[in-house]
Design a protein around this ligand. Structure first.
Ligand SMILES: C[S@@+](CC[C@H](N)C(=O)[O-])C[C@H]1O[C@@H](n2cnc3c(N)ncnc32)[C@H](O)[C@@H]1O
Length: 363
């Protein structure tokens, strides 16, 4: 998935420097790696493969689904079962437009496709892809409710659906708007694939769906391993994630929300991030560090890392000042290519690379 702020291309930079500070590469029993702003789960997945127990968390529900899927232990036995289910889902029968009553529950088709019953005739997906997505999504609920699949298998299959529908989305890259004409990739047919999961199948993982401030402030959030690592990768500018990925959120929740406006946004008041406002970002970061310290006897966190870049709302100096209040500070930097969400938005930028910082505090 092409995701704003994904750390996919920075994994070795993160890995090398995190292990430089923690010296945990040589340990037989690794500390827990907490991926607090997990997004696509790329960082947690990488550390799971390095045999670290992983806790992933994100405020968005689609990210919870992706992380549940990615961290799922896909064994040879359930591989065969899930491949058969995926084959059936790929061949699922979809109603045609004359079968109106059968289409009434089809939320994606009705609200995000040109001929759906919603009045806006949005063009996020072709009619055929939208209908197929609905038919599969409804069947996944049936399979789970009839206990033909476990809860973990349900999340794994739903992740496969999210990745497949994202590939045929008719957007520039995020879901803030759809294109007025179907682009080539959006005209392809949606096809579910058996996605790869971690190779470290016996490693403990858990996934949460809340704000990291809340999770760390909760004294029932307890981790038994010692010298744990908290990795923070928050949004770095005003762009909230919820409106940019609202379609994936709705497909994940499938909760028939009320939509507004031309682009069909769902309400996201509860998912606004304090990291997207200059007014609240510093106190939000400080609040996280305070909560870690307050509950240190439960969470056993020793190292906190923060990914941020030179174009973010907080300056590197202000981050350093906050971190130094809590322990020994250090920082690593790397230049890397800019994420191009859309050309119009980037028209004022001339630089083609940004400086990525990895701030660190040892408590
Ligand atoms: C820069 S992205 C993380 C990218 C991720 N490391 C990856 O490689 O895909 C930031 C993420 O933080 C999440 N987020 C924003 N505010 C949050 C909060 N207060 N608590 C937890 N997650 C939050 C967003 O939903 C988004 O997925």
């Amino acid at each position: 998935m092409n995701y704003i702020g994904s750390k996919h291309s920075l994994l070795t930079f993160l890995h090398e420097n995190i292990e430089k500070i923690t010296a945990s590469n040589s340990l037989k029993h690794k500390p827990t790696f907490i991926d607090g702003f997990a997004g696509t789960g790329s960082v947690g997945f990488y550390f799971k493969n390095l045999k670290y127990p992983v806790i992933a968390n994100d405020i968005q529900y689609y990210s919870f689904v992706v992380n549940k899927g990615k961290l799922f232990n896909l064994t040879e036995k359930n591989k065969t079962k899930l491949q058969n289910i995926l084959n059936n889902l790929n061949n699922i029968k979809i109603p045609d437009n004359s079968e109106i009553s059968k289409l009434s529950d089809f939320f994606v088709y009705n609200n995000y496709c040109p001929t759906g019953s919603g009045e806006k005739n949005r063009m996020y997906f072709t009619d055929k892809n939208g209908k197929k997505c609905d038919a599969i999504r409804i069947e996944l609920n049936n399979l789970k409710n009839s206990e033909k699949i476990s809860e973990s298998e349900f999340f794994y299959l739903l992740w496969c659906l999210l990745e497949a529908i994202d590939k045929v989305a008719n957007t520039a890259s995020v879901y803030g708007a759809y294109l007025k004409k179907f682009k080539k990739s959006a005209l392809k047919h949606i096809e579910l694939e058996l996605l790869e999961t971690s190779t470290s199948s016996n490693i403990k993982t858990s996934v949460y769906n809340t704000s990291i401030e809340k999770l760390l402030g909760d004294s029932t959030f307890q981790i038994s391993t010692k010298n744990n690592i908290l990795y923070l990768d928050p949004p770095y500018n005003q762009r909230q994630y919820a409106p940019n990925y609202h379609v994936l959120e709705t497909i994940s929740k499938y909760d028939y929300p009320e939509l507004r406006g031309k682009t069909g946004l769902r309400n996201y008041t509860e998912q606004k991030s304090e990291f997207c406002s200059k007014k609240t970002v510093h106190s939000a970061l400080e609040n996280i560090l305070e909560n870690v310290k307050k509950n240190i006897s439960y969470n056993n966190i020793k190292y906190i890392f923060l990914s941020y870049n030179n174009e973010g709302l907080m300056s590197d100096k202000s981050i350093q000042e906050i971190f130094e209040k809590f322990g020994k500070y250090s920082v690593f930097t790397k230049e890397y290519g800019r994420f191009k969400a859309d050309k119009t938005e980037n028209r004022n930028h001339t630089a083609s690379s940004v400086v990525e910082y990895l701030h660190c505090v040892t408590l």
